[in-house]
Write a protein that binds this ligand. Structure first.
Ligand code: GLA
Length: 738
């Protein structure tokens, strides 16, 4: 069992061959953290590692004992009010107005496997031997509440997941004002905090900041995880690089309002906590009710940032994503959005589909504009029936025609939204989130449906189900194009209003759950104006997501580079689009657009009918290439090599698990003239294998390629215009000779 409880010292040691996580039941019944990091030898007690230091200005736990104060003890799940003066993980408002709680050890159990979290996305096991779970129950006897801290360790990975469950046995209701998924006090603050931050069209740029005294945090209050901050932070040592040094990642499996925070006290202890954002959150818990938080997936690496990423990739690809598409090769698609926007008819779509079939594309996706009277963003969200003016044979007819062409058919929905100009809204004006007596703001001309209301979810499901049952649909793009505002549900009373943000996202999960169960063969892709809800919660239901609305190859190289810090290539929707690019107005070569887009779930988002013969031939080659290598791209090991955030070059490599074959991507953003010699040190090869470089007669051993480097001979300066200029990129295939 990789979780041991040492009775003699009341110490828990959670470990596998990579990591150790150690805490103990302190003399006052609280849990004190002792160590988390690289695996250390087990022993009966680790008490000598606890810091008890007599300090002035303490609030004593034991009268007169200056050494034992909650403020100076590294805790597992702190509350406020009995001596700890730092930011707490939990706050419970009680009937008498008190907000103080004091949870002490009651019991624990250690079991094989990993429990599911009802109604919430979470990592899972397929076999109970894959993981072990510890549930420690703490008890506050004044309010008769039990707090369960749930820890699971995976056998194979340096991964611990944590979540928290509160059970009310009290005779009265309590109000949960705050309940974080986890908290841990790290012994020092010699870290940089890493985050993935940005905005629409520039999601998930990698940023680092040094920790200082006080709180550093990222958060969302938008009702979705957001373009601005991904629900992920990491603590890395200052000298940690991509391939060396310590880093600990904390990734919250949640798609709604969140808070991820590191609070450094003036003794340099760093308190890390993640969970549902307490702002605008308040949950009444009745007698015998429980509240379960989302989970945090914690990854430890002492081999740099890249190793942490690879662990997230493996676990999210195989034990968070689910369903038949988890392990299936993803189809190469064409999406009509940037080709037609709202302006299409059946004939145009069929022409696109025929051409797409000719070049080898496998799935045709009809984006926004097929339903109600939708000809712009001003109307019809909520009316999920086909627009017969545009599509005379409806979605049923169109999907069959596409099938006859030999392609699969996919369809866009935005289930959570409604336009004021829609039949659905006219019939159900009370189905939206709106605050009485206040103006209800629109975003992109739309209102947000009240997904905390089961009746609303049923009504949306009914419409979607009809289309899905009647037509030949293999894929759904589930979009979400505005943040929430004036959040208030008219079905809830005074007590319920603080629950709506969370219930909204539970409602989204619920609809996803129902549809993925009823239609297990459909591939779901999540989207929120590009990457506004690209998070682990979504990945549980939809194994791929639209990374960003920005399809420019240069910008995409940054966005995909940043996204790869946590998310696997199999989760990233990546398409080749037209030039000048619709977001950046930048023109990049067709092969660079493809070279970037290969590293994800590949597709096209352009008017294929307007391409030249030469471009069509290039596209055929690209699709041939992708069909040959997508298996490797989807399931291989990914290494970031050169960062677009640090210079003019971008590079990465994907290697098959058996290390026999690798694909290297290399791009010089701006051209250089008469520049220096360049060797690209790659990673992850077998040092003893002899690799052939592309189809050339150059062979190099893995050790040579990793220590001396791949010869990047060109600086893209040649006599031919075709081969020189800015935004040039190359793909190198390294194949081990057998
Ligand atoms: C969002 C998506 C786009 C597209 C449009 C359609 O912006 O991110 O890909 O589907 O909506 O309205």
């Amino acid at each position: 069992m990789p979780i041991i409880f040492h009775n003699e010292s009341n110490t828990f040691h959670i470990y596998n061959s990579h990591i150790s996580y150690i805490f103990k039941i302190l003399r006052n019944g609280h849990l004190g953290n002792i160590y988390y990091g690289k695996k250390i030898k087990d022993r009966i007690d680790f008490d000598h590692l606890l810091d008890f230091y007599p300090r002035m200005m303490n609030i004593w736990q034991y009268d007169g004992d200056k050494t034992f104060s909650l403020e100076h003890i590294r805790q597992e799940y702190p509350s406020y009010g009995t001596g700890d003066m730092r930011l707490p993980a939990i706050e419970i408002l009680q009937e008498n107005g008190s907000r103080i709680s004091d949870f002490k050890y009651l019991n624990h159990k250690i079991t094989k496997g990993k429990p599911i979290l009802n109604g919430l996305p979470a990592t899972y096991v397929e076999d109970d031997d894959e993981a072990t779970t510890l549930e420690v129950t703490l008890y506050d006897d004044v309010i008769d509440c039990k707090l369960n801290l749930i820890y699971t360790i995976y056998e194979e990975y340096p991964v611990i997941t944590r979540s928290t469950n509160l059970h009310n046995g009290y005779k009265n209701k309590i109000d949960i004002n705050q309940i974080m998924s986890m908290s841990i006090d790290m012994p020092d603050s010699n870290y940089e905090m890493c985050e993935l931050t940005g905005a629409w069209a520039r999601e998930r740029y990698i940023k680092f900041r040094s920790l200082e005294h006080g709180a550093s945090s990222i958060y969302s209050l938008r009702g979705h995880s957001s373009h601005n901050y991904n629900p992920f932070i990491a603590l890395k040592r200052k000298d940690t690089t991509e391939f060396n040094g310590e880093i600990i990642g904390f990734s919250l499996v949640y798609s709604g309002n969140f808070l991820a925070q590191v609070d450094v006290d003036t003794y340099d202890v760093s308190r890390v906590m993640l969970g549902i954002n307490p702002q605008n959150f308040n949950w009444k818990l009745d007698l015998n009710e429980s509240f379960q938080t989302p989970e945090v997936v914690i990854v430890y690496s002492d081999n740099g940032i890249n190793r942490m990423s690879q662990v997230y990739h493996d676990i999210y690809r195989s034990r968070l994503a689910r369903g038949i598409w988890r392990d299936k090769i993803r189809p190469i698609l064409i999406n009509n959005w940037e080709a037609t926007y709202f302006d299409f008819d059946e004939d145009k779509l069929l022409q696109i589909a025929k051409k797409a079939k000719e070049v080898g594309i496998e799935l045709f996706v009809l984006d926004d504009g097929w339903f109600g009277k939708r000809n712009s963003s001003k109307s019809s969200l909520g009316d999920w029936y086909d627009n017969k003016d545009k599509l005379p044979s409806g979605i049923i007819g169109l999907s069959r025609k596409i099938k006859n062409i030999g392609l699969k058919f996919g369809l866009w929905f935005e289930p959570e939204m409604v336009n004021m100009d829609s039949e659905f809204y006219r019939k159900n004006p009370d189905y939206i989130l709106k605050t009485p007596n206040r103006h209800t703001s629109q975003g992109r001309n739309q209102y947000v449906l009240d997904f905390s209301n089961p009746e609303v979810i049923d009504a949306v499901e009914k419409q979607m189900e009809k289309i899905l049952n009647d037509s030949e649909i293999s894929y759904i793009k589930w979009d979400m194009n505005r943040s929430l505002s004036e959040v208030y549900s008219i079905i809830s009373d005074f007590d319920g209003q603080g629950t709506i943000y969370h219930k909204y996202i539970l409602g989204v999960y619920n609809l996803y759950d129902r549809l993925t169960k009823k239609f297990p063969n459909i591939l779901f892709e999540s989207c929120a104006s590009g990457g506004g809800r690209f998070d682990p919660g979504m990945l549980y239901y939809a194994p791929q997501g639209w990374v960003s609305d920005n399809t420019d190859a240069i910008e995409r190289s940054k966005i995909q580079f940043g996204t790869s810090v946590v998310y696997p290539l199999s989760s990233m929707g990546t398409h080749v689009s037209d030039i000048p690019n619709h977001q950046m107005m930048r023109s990049t070569p067709l092969n660079t657009r493809a070279n970037v887009a290969y590293f994800g779930t590949f597709g096209y988002e352009l008017d294929i009918l307007s391409l030249s013969n030469d471009e069509i031939e290039q596209i055929k080659e690209q699709i041939k290439f992708m069909k040959e290598y997508r298996d490797l791209i989807q399931f291989g090991d990914f290494y970031r090599l050169l960062s677009p955030f640090e210079g003019n070059y971008v590079s990465w490599i994907v290697i098959s698990k058996d290390k026999k074959i690798a694909i290297v991507f290399y791009m010089a953003i701006l051209n250089e003239i008469n520049s220096s010699y360049k060797k690209l040190k790659v990673k992850g090869l077998n040092p003893d294998y002899l690799y052939r470089i592309d189809k050339s007669d150059i062979f190099s051993y893995g050790d040579e390629l990793m220590t001396i480097g791949l010869n990047i001979t060109d600086n893209f300066y040649t006599d031919s215009q075709e081969n020189s200029g800015d935004f040039k990129s190359r793909i190198y295939i390294l194949k081990a000779e057998s």
